[in-house]
Design a protein around this ligand. Structure first.
Ligand code: GTP
Ligand code: MG
Length: 575
């Protein structure tokens, strides 16, 4: 985006040029050295690596990325290390089992190493020489996984032996650091790109996510030897923020595919199986045993909860070593396809991810989204809203889903449970947009667009890229891209929607005010995106309406959210 922004400067309207040019001088003067240094030590991100982007690298297809990373994860081990360790000796010791492609360390209540061997056989060789610990009074379940514990026979005492181990950061920057970075940015566009750079998943974090899925797959394989556990959702759709949950999908369909090869001549062999009345019950039973298995045998899997009566049954648990909150589902192929669609949209134009990250952070900063389920809008819905908004620009920045379907070839055809999920998967067949609007303009217009959207009568539809009459009375209606009769934001209450609208209007107003004040800037004031993200700033916003909002009204909103969330939960449980 940076290169694109510079290239575009000459062709931008005067007002936009001013916003790009005027800010650097005053911002750079007040930029503390520490922050500049922090900017210099930026980690490699997985988002740009996989979706191509700025450096013109080829964009990889979603299936290619998944295949490569999965194969990489199968050659990788996770090792809990003593805090004092010689990196050189550690690597030398492991190299006895085969060459190491790469490795990194990270901290999460202890020191961990992720080591990727060149060959899968090296993992088996390491497992061969690994013992099951004897625990004195307790008994160990002898599960031989790829998650190890390294002990030193004699502790290191010579400091010369210890190389200083560099740990890769797995968390997003603190609000303070983010605020500093944003205030030092050169323009609003730069702010949005900075936020993206700081929050997106790093290469290491992505590796850790695929490795965690692979470790869970090993546990599930105890029952279903040829199963696959695939990540989906924000871990892979290119919109994941450091610290986001890890959505996993237990795929048993691969097993079916093996079966089809085995038919020969006039004979057809079938397994003797148990039958249950529906797919849903089969999914619940499968997840139930995998949940038990994770709880009893899964190294590092704690707090296992089986949420089997939800619309989409799942097993939720924490993977202690990686620090990920995991949701394991089965029979959820459409969600995987939605992740692929978002991945494509994220890769089509470099402004998409920057805008989505900022809107997601803005929503989080104002408690419009939450990590607990309830009447709030979800990150998934917000992403679809941004995509819709970008389809509505003139000329459009993103194509409609129907258009992506017309570009599909025979290989792209995809039908899941009777739903047509076909769209083109080859980026090269999609023409880039001719729209050159700045991120600053898009951010402002996003807030204006949704601050004035006729939510009471219109539905958001990315398949057609235009508003449609709402088919039902939910306050917010966003059509599910593939299961078109469903609303992905059915849970959102009127009061939460109203809060979103109010904040969108206020944010548009702040950005407009800044435009007016641009010629007489007051230094040391949060500006642009920083002004929109800081809750303290939001609270002190000068809109009289906000001030008038009484505490009783806020309590009423909270009660309404709780009420609709409990109705949701009971519907889910009953369902
Ligand atoms: P985070 O908040 O960062 O976890 O974003 P996310 O995109 O991973 O969302 P979440 O974990 O809630 O859901 C994971 C994936 O499930 C999403 O990316 C979607 O593909 C899918 N999904 C989530 N909510 C819905 C929904 O209401 N309907 C449908 N069809 N799919 C959903
Ligand atoms: Mg998620």
């Amino acid at each position: 985006m940076a290169a694109r922004g510079l290239g575009l400067l000459t062709s931008l309207p005067l007002r936009a040029q001013r916003s790009q040019v005027q800010r650097p001088l005053r911002r750079l003067l007040s930029c503390p050295g520490t922050v500049a240094a922090a900017l210099g030590t930026e980690e490699q991100s997985s988002g740009s690596a996989e979706t191509g982007s700025e450096d013109g690298a080829p964009k990889k297809r979603f299936s290619e990325v998944q295949k490569e990373r999965r194969e990489q994860a199968q050659r990788t081990v996770l090792i809990h290390c003593p805090n004092k360790i010689s990196e050189k000796k550690f690597l030398k010791y492991l190299s006895q089992h085969g060459s190491i492609n790469n490795h990194f360390f990270y901290e999460s209540f202890g020191l961990y190493a992720v080591v990727e061997f060149s060959q899968k056989e090296s993992v088996a060789s390491l497992q061969k020489v690994t013992r099951t610990p004897s625990l004195g009074t307790e008994a160990a379940i002898p599960f031989r996984s790829r998650y190890f514990n390294l002990k030193l026979k004699t502790p290191l005492n010579q400091t010369s032996e210890q190389s200083s181990i560099q740990c890769r950061n797995q968390s997003s920057p603190s609000s303070k650091k983010l605020f500093e970075l944003l205030c030092c940015a050169e323009s609003v566009d730069d702010q949005l790109n900075t936020l993206l750079r700081e929050f997106q998943l790093t290469e290491e974090n992505t590796k850790l996510r695929y490795l965690t899925c692979s470790l869970i797959e090993d546990v599930a394989a105890a029952y279903f030897p040829d199963c696959t556990v695939r990540p989906f959702g924000s871990s892979v759709n290119s919109f994941g923020k450091l610290g986001c949950d890890l959505d996993m999908f237990l795929d048993l369909d691969e097993i079916e595919k093996f079966g089809t090869h085995k038919a020969s001549g006039n004979f057809l062999m079938e397994f003797q199986v148990k039958n249950v009345p529906s797919e849903r019950i089969a999914t619940q039973k499968i997840l139930s045993v995998i949940g038990e298995c994770l709880e009893h045998f899964g190294p590092g899997c704690v707090g296992v909860q089986k949420i089997l009566n939800a619309r989409c049954p799942l097993v939720r648990f924490s993977h202690q070593a990686s620090g990920f909150q995991c949701d394991l589902t089965a029979n959820n192929r459409i969600a995987l396809k939605s992740s692929e669609l978002l991945y494509i949209y994220g890769a089509l134009d470099s402004r998409v991810r920057a805008l989505v990250f900022s809107i997601r952070c803005w929503a989080r900063a104002h408690s419009l989204t939450s990590s607990i389920p309830g009447a709030w809008i979800t990150n998934f819905s917000l992403t679809v809203m941004v995509i819709f908004f970008l389809q509505r620009r003139s000329p459009p920045i993103l194509p409609t889903l129907d258009y992506l379907k017309t570009l599909a070839d025979a290989e792209d055809k995809c039908l899941i449970e009777g739903h047509n999920c076909t769209f083109v998967r080859d980026f090269n067949r999609i023409k880039p947009s001719g729209n050159a609007e700045t991120l600053e303009l898009l951010l402002k217009e996003f807030f204006e667009y949704f601050g004035n959207f006729a939510f009471n009568k219109n539905s958001i539809n990315i398949r057609q890229g235009r508003e449609q009459n709402k088919p039902e009375s939910s306050p917010l209606h966003i059509q599910n891209p593939f299961e078109t009769s469903l609303n992905i934001s059915k849970n959102v209450s009127q009061s939460q929607l109203q809060k979103f609208i109010d904040l969108a209007r206020e944010s548009a107003w702040i950005l407009h005010q800044e435009d007016k004040d641009r010629l007489s800037p007051s230094n040391n004031q949060p500006w642009g995106l920083a002004a929109l993200l800081l809750p303290s700033v939001a609270n002190s916003m000068s809109l009289a309406k906000k001030k008038k909002k009484t505490s009783s009204e806020r309590i009423k909103n909270l009660l309404e959210s709780i009420k609709s969330s409990s109705t949701e939960n009971s519907t889910a449980t009953n369902g």
